[in-house]
Design a binder for this molecule. Structure first.
Ligand code: SF4
Length: 519
């Protein structure tokens, strides 16, 4: 990789200063494109007066109001602009990397076929994985749900008298509410991923499956660190902040009595697991303490080692537009004098596997590409979904956990299909989101007002004469009605839109005039 001085107008002209300083001489270019990660720029920004918008308000089991939380995010223009551009930047990098691989579409098809084959033979591959892992000296546990997962891990830690655990990023443990559980039993959990640690210190969930703190400006991070590790609140230089956190975290890492990782791929034929990170933090969690516990969703199984080659080529390119994650770590057995445990977790996956319309969502490799491309996600922030998974894939997964609580989520999509187009394992994401809308309406889980409006629209659209009369009446009314009838606080539609001026003549009247009754 070569470094050349930044002497040209780069593709950064439109970017938020968070993403790139125009005069940044340290930026790295290749083929005319900037290579450094969006967060690599380190010139301090002026302190932001804008408060970080927080996520959805959770009220027990009441449906999460994603639109309300998204509106608050949009009302914070600094955050909204940075978030939108940072994720779009990742999407563009993904496109550039994809263009360098002529067999990209073949890889996607292959990855999809491997996953579908594995999921339809999941019992066999899980048993094979378990037998091989045991033969490698690994203790294997099975957890039906989140509570059982947490109890098992607690039991292992208790057996070793461990009171502190370092952990690399894992969406499965987020699903299980693992950190809260561990706090309730007096075990300290220290996240080793930078973004995840920021979120932990700020008492927030990750807002993205790959870049957990992507919704935060550096000025927000400076505030979090100032409160928690005593840094200068006015210094938001990325290198200063990263160094300060490393210095604060490293003693905790070295003193930890147990380590935990997630798992990107579990290979049935070897009984080993692969964890992909860009910070090498999984290696810290797995190698510093003698006890290593890995939480593995049962859908992470792939049959053979050679299949890994397909997935690792797709994963990082789709996620952040880099050819490879910085670290692709393989763990197959305990090191000398150590102990390794695999906890295989179902937590609703078997049930989802039986859902005819939604089972292929289990192919997901959590690359986040569907989130980076989604216009709704980019402008509303991951925490607005009020659920473990956000963005397009979240709209499919979350209702499988709780249809009532997440009944609004499938509407947080334009159904433009971009998510399906970028998905490296070819999940028909937008079609499944649409299917959820139908299912939720059938189960009376969609909002009453929406159901009533759709019913009225259905009636009108199925009676052409009534429809034409209504259109004519509406055109007439729009010309004379006072503005406040449409643009008032009670009409959410009118808050952000102007009704277009109706054409003088409708298509139907033109057709009738020029073609008569001809069909
Ligand atoms: S659904 Fe596809 S694009 Fe979205 S995170 Fe999963 S693998 Fe990536």
């Amino acid at each position: 990789m070569s470094t050349e001085p930044n002497t040209r107008q780069s593709d950064s002209g439109m970017l938020h200063p968070e993403l790139l300083e125009p005069e940044d001489r340290d930026a790295i270019y290749r083929d005319g494109h900037r290579l450094d990660h969006a967060e690599g720029s380190s010139k301090p920004l002026r302190p932001s007066a804008e408060k970080q918008p927080r996520g959805a308000t959770i009220r027990g089991n009441r449906p999460v109001d994603q639109a309300e939380a998204a509106a608050r995010f949009i009302a914070a223009p600094e955050h909204e602009k940075m978030h939108d551009e940072r994720l779009w930047d990742l999407r563009q990098k993904r496109d550039r990397e994809m263009e360098h691989i002529p067999e990209w579409e073949e890889l996607r098809s292959l990855a999809s076929a491997i996953k579908e084959h594995t999921l339809t033979h999941l019992d066999e591959y899980l048993e094979q994985f378990e037998a091989n892992a045991r033969a490698n000296g690994v203790h294997v546990h099975w957890a039906r749900d989140a509570a059982e997962h947490n109890r098992i891990v607690h039991g292992i830690l208790k057996g070793h008298g461990a009171k502190s655990l370092i952990k690399s990023k894992s969406m499965l443990t987020e699903e299980c509410g693992f950190r809260h559980y561990m706090a309730s039993v007096g075990i300290e959990v220290i996240e080793t991923d930078l973004g995840e640690r920021i979120q932990q210190l700020d008492n927030e969930d990750p807002s993205h499956v790959v870049v957990p703190a992507v919704h935060k400006l550096r000025t927000d991070v400076a505030q979090v660190f100032a409160k928690n590790i005593g840094t200068d609140p006015n210094n938001n230089d990325a290198h200063y902040l990263a160094k300060a956190l490393r210095e604060a975290n490293r003693p905790l890492v070295l003193a930890a009595e147990a380590g935990m990782t997630g798992c990107n791929f579990a290979v049935a034929e070897t009984g080993g697991i692969t964890v992909c990170t860009n910070e090498g933090n999984a290696d810290l969690s797995a190698n510093v303490p003698k006890l290593h516990i890995a939480s593995i969703g049962i859908e992470k199984i792939i049959p053979r080692l050679e299949h890994l080659a397909v997935f690792v080529r797709l994963l990082s390119r789709s996620a952040v537009g880099s050819p490879m994650t910085q670290y692709t770590s393989h763990f197959r057995g305990p090191r000398e004098g150590g102990e390794m445990h695999f906890v295989l977790v179902d937590n609703g996956r078997s049930e989802r596997l039986a859902m005819e319309e939604f089972w292929t969502s289990l192919k997901c490799i959590r690359c986040g590409a569907c989130m980076n491309t989604c216009p709704v996600y980019r402008r509303s922030g991951g925490l607005s979904y009020g659920a473990t998974y956000s963005g397009p894939i979240g709209l499919i997964i979350d209702p499988t956990f709780n249809q009532h609580k997440y009944s609004n989520l499938p509407y947080a999509s334009t159904l433009n299909g971009s998510c399906s187009n970028v998905c490296p394992v070819k999940i028909n994401i937008h079609e499944q989101i649409y299917a959820w809308r139908r299912v939720l309406v059938e189960r009376h889980e969609s909002p009453l007002a929406k159901r009533a409006a759709m019913k009225a629209a259905g009636e009108l659209l199925s009676h052409p004469a009534a429809y034409r009369a209504a259109i004519a009446a509406a055109d007439e009314a729009l010309a004379y009605l006072p503005r406040f009838i449409i643009y008032n606080g009670l009409n959410a539609w009118g808050r952000h839109r102007e009704v277009p001026h109706p054409p003088k003549r409708t298509f139907h009247s033109w057709y009738h005039a020029t073609h008569g009754d001809e069909k």
